[in-house]
Design a protein around this ligand. Sequence first.
Ligand SMILES: C[C@@]1(CC(=O)O)C2=NC(=C\c3[nH]c(c(CCC(=O)O)c3CC(=O)O)Cc3[nH]c(c(CC(=O)O)c3CCC(=O)O)/C=C3\N/C(=C\2)[C@@H](CCC(=O)O)[C@]3(C)CC(=O)O)/[C@H]1CCC(=O)O
Ligand SMILES: NC(=O)c1ccc[n+]([C@@H]2O[C@H](COP(=O)([O-])OP(=O)(O)OC[C@H]3O[C@@H](n4cnc5c(N)ncnc54)[C@H](O)[C@@H]3O)[C@@H](O)[C@H]2O)c1
Length: 256
Amino acid sequence: MAGPYPEVQGGGSLILAWQVRNRRVLVVGGGDVAAGRILNLLNADALLTIIAPLPLHPEIQYRLTTHASRVAHIPRKFEPSDLDDPSIAMVLTAVDDPEASTRIYTLCKEKRIPVNVADVPPECDFYFGSTHRDGPLQIMVSTNGNGPKLASLVRKQIARSLPPNIGDAIAKVGQLRKKLRRIAPTQQEGPKRMQWMSKVCETWSFQELCDMTDEDMEALLGFYGPNAVPSLQQLRYGEQPDTFGYDGSFGWSCVI
Ligand SMILES: C[C@@]1(CC(=O)O)C2=NC(=C\c3[nH]c(c(CCC(=O)O)c3CC(=O)O)Cc3[nH]c(c(CC(=O)O)c3CCC(=O)O)/C=C3\N/C(=C\2)[C@@H](CCC(=O)O)[C@]3(C)CC(=O)O)/[C@H]1CCC(=O)O
Ligand SMILES: NC(=O)c1ccc[n+]([C@@H]2O[C@H](COP(=O)([O-])OP(=O)(O)OC[C@H]3O[C@@H](n4cnc5c(N)ncnc54)[C@H](O)[C@@H]3O)[C@@H](O)[C@H]2O)c1
């Protein structure tokens, strides 16, 4: 019988947004797949060491010039001592040599470094997925090893169904949340802050969020104190919004 809590569906992955900003990631290989991994890593502001003999894929060569301060290249095959640097947070291999891959994987496990060996699921601590990016929005589709091509098709279908301005809307919400934290910084205010932010997101359309100017933002923040959320119309044309009472719980109740 179904209980009151969400059903556990084992066999999945733990989907996370791993923060590798300014952390060192070792990429072994300099071909097509490595080029894709390097783009993912630079999108996450990582520091990269690429180990691969010349010639490199032209895209990698290009990244070496455009991101010289973030990307180092060692032009030779992998050596076990490459893993001696204690600052290495993660290893990604994309080499056309399965024995070398397995050796690297085993060494990483000895050193407890998380590793992905492209296309070898048993040698992956984590899988890559098919990703869509629009500013601060990232969507990853995983089929948990069942069908990478299908992951790519599902991702494209999801991307087509999104509002075109969703990335901008999220960026605006990010700015608003930052400003709100400045005027309401304390931990005690957390529940009120979260409730108010949720109400803004529910009340305003994505387009309205995108259209919000700095002046609109300042004016909107003026309604945080009385715990009200005007529409963009009300904000710009001075009409009075409804206020909603805050009863101390995480939810909210309307007082009309
Ligand atoms: C999503 C994506 C991300 C990325 O890697 O960037 C990704 N593979 C992509 C493409 C792709 N890979 C393959 C094809 C050929 C068609 C086909 O075989 O279906 C295509 C299609 C194409 O190229 O369009 C071949 C393949 N891949 C794996 C195996 C081994 C196996 O299954 O045993 C084989 C068979 C090799 C063989 O048969 O010899 C394994 C993995 N590939 C994964 C990720 C992980 C699981 C993700 C998931 O299940 O969701 C996992 C487990 C490990 C990992 O590498 O992390 C990227 C799409 C990016 C995009 O377009 O958006
Ligand atoms: N996930 C995916 O989307 C996907 C797609 C195609 C292939 N693959 C797999 O990924 C792997 C790499 O594919 P690719 O298309 O990038 O291959 P590739 O042939 O383009 O590149 C391989 C690279 O590895 C380098 N290399 C080989 N041995 C090395 C070693 N010991 N140390 C350092 N570098 C070494 C080569 O110099 C070359 O730069 C293959 O095993 C392939 O099966 C994955």
